[in-house]
Design a protein. Sequence first.
Length: 163
Amino acid sequence: MVGLFETWFLWLEETAFAAEIRQSIWLYPVVQYVHIVGIIILVGPAMIFDLRLMGFARRLGVRDVGKVMIPLSKAGFIITIASGFSLFIAHATDWAVNPLFWLKILLIIFAVLNAVIFNKYVMNRLRGLETYGRLPLRARASGALSLVLWFFIIAAGRFLAYY
């Protein structure tokens, strides 16, 4: 797969924006900082929502928690993807051959699929249920899977610096 995209990765790395990120004394650290802030805005609210799905804070309605936390997570996801792509293009050819990078991308895809499946199939079924108290197994499992995936996504991203 990497061989198919090698030219594209090289082109990305040679763009003026990628060169500026790589060569600037301040831009790469600023983009990293924005990426970390995006992760916080994404994962913090997602964890609160996931924990609610798993049974914590049962006095709070799932829809009420979701109305606040899901939009924050979506905003964090956009920030994280944009900043992550900016970091990627600065070293695209190096990361393209790093299996840990591809593991991180795969885990992100799984996390997004989990969220899409939850929103399409599980959250809609919660609308008719009392959303205070214990939720169906599908909802609890989706929350637990989300927590585990984001834990490993963050770990994989952090270990990229050392692998």
